[in-house]
Write a protein that binds this ligand. Structure first.
Ligand SMILES: [Zn+2]
Length: 324
């Protein structure tokens, strides 16, 4: 019996600051805050945002490969029809095709179809901060914590003290912005150092600091990028009255990790029919093929990005693993 599902871990690095907003919630001095984990208060990218952009970019990729798809003798483009929310417009045009031979609708789900809607074969976790860049007197360093490392399967035993843990770099204290911390070279309870060979560049892996989960939340929240901007009145070309606003973002070079759970197509009958879609010339018969469809979106993330403020140079994300 083949597996019912398989988990694929994806690691990506912010090429620009990334702003995935909460929809206008004000937080302290920041007008447009970003989404945070309710428990740890560490910013994250909701899985629904990742799924939404991956769907749109995978549909673009299908459209480029099959620019003249027809359904029942009529043009039915993968993009924009199979991207987005999937509802037809007022004239009944557009919307998800919901066909068993459509890799986009099969993998990302569809809102309608002969046999009703379908949730899709790929489920996205939230995108969590794995390594967060901070300026120090010794140059940029990337901070992580046990909670973040657990997401790549690395367990740190015991309690971390209020200190930074760094492999082979002396014991002199380290200044992280307003925090002066002891530096330790061994982890508690004989815990191993994490191997971060997930496509993360060496200039990052050689400058990793591990801190406690609690300290991590403080360090991340006090080192987010905060920008101030104004809305421009298109008639006068000048700043609009009262239009000064500030927004926060995950800084460039933040490394994020998320999981894509891919279900086995053979266990589902979307819209009451057997899956017959293909990707890269292969039938979608197992979780690996489902992930192949998700992966077609990855190159687009590096150029078209995700989240808001795209016109202000934000949002590009390079997938480092797998196939970085
Ligand atoms: Zn479709």
């Amino acid at each position: 019996m083949s597996k019912s599902y398989e988990k694929f871990t994806v690691v990506g690095m912010a090429i620009d600051p990334i702003h995935v907003g909460t929809g206008g919630a004000r937080l302290g001095r920041v007008d447009l805050s970003i989404v945070r984990d309710p428990v740890t208060r560490v910013p994250k990218i909701p899985g629904s945002s990742l799924a939404g952009v991956c769907r749109a970019y995978a549909a673009m990729d299908q459209q480029e490969k099959n620019p003249s798809r027809q359904v029942n003798g009529k043009p039915k483009p993968y993009y924009p029809d199979c991207a987005g929310q999937g509802q037809p417009d007022k004239t009944g045009q557009g919307g998800h095709c919901g066909r068993p031979d459509c890799p986009i609708c099969i993998v990302f789900g569809f809102a309608r179809g002969a046999g009703g809607g379908f949730a899709g074969l790929a489920a996205f976790s939230d995108g969590h901060v794995l390594l967060f860049p901070v300026a120090t007197r010794e140059g940029p360093m990337w901070v992580t914590c046990p909670d973040a490392l657990r997401r790549i399967g690395h367990e740190i035993k015991g309690e971390l003290e209020e200190a930074v843990y760094q492999q082979n770099n002396g014991t002199q204290r380290l200044n992280l912005g307003w925090l002066l911390l002891e530096r330790k070279n061994t982890l508690p309870d004989g815990s191993r150092w994490p191997s971060l060979n997930l496509g993360v560049p060496q200039y990052i892996t050689q400058h990793v600091l591990i801190v406690s989960d609690k300290l991590f939340a403080h360090i991340v929240n006090s080192n987010l990028e905060v920008r101030t901007s104004v809305s421009i009145d298109p008639e006068t070309g000048a700043a609009e009255e009262g239009a000064l606003f500030s927004y926060e973002a995950l800084p460039r070079a933040t490394v994020l990790v998320w999981d894509v759970i891919c279900k086995n197509p053979q266990h589902f009958q979307p819209g009451g029919q057997q899956v017959s879609a293909q990707i890269n010339g292969q039938a979608i018969t197992g979780p690996t093929n489902v992930f192949e469809v998700v992966k077609t979106a990855h190159p687009y993330l590096e150029y078209l990005g995700l989240g808001g403020m795209g016109t202000r140079g934000m949002g590009r994300l390079r997938v480092l693993y797998p196939d970085g």
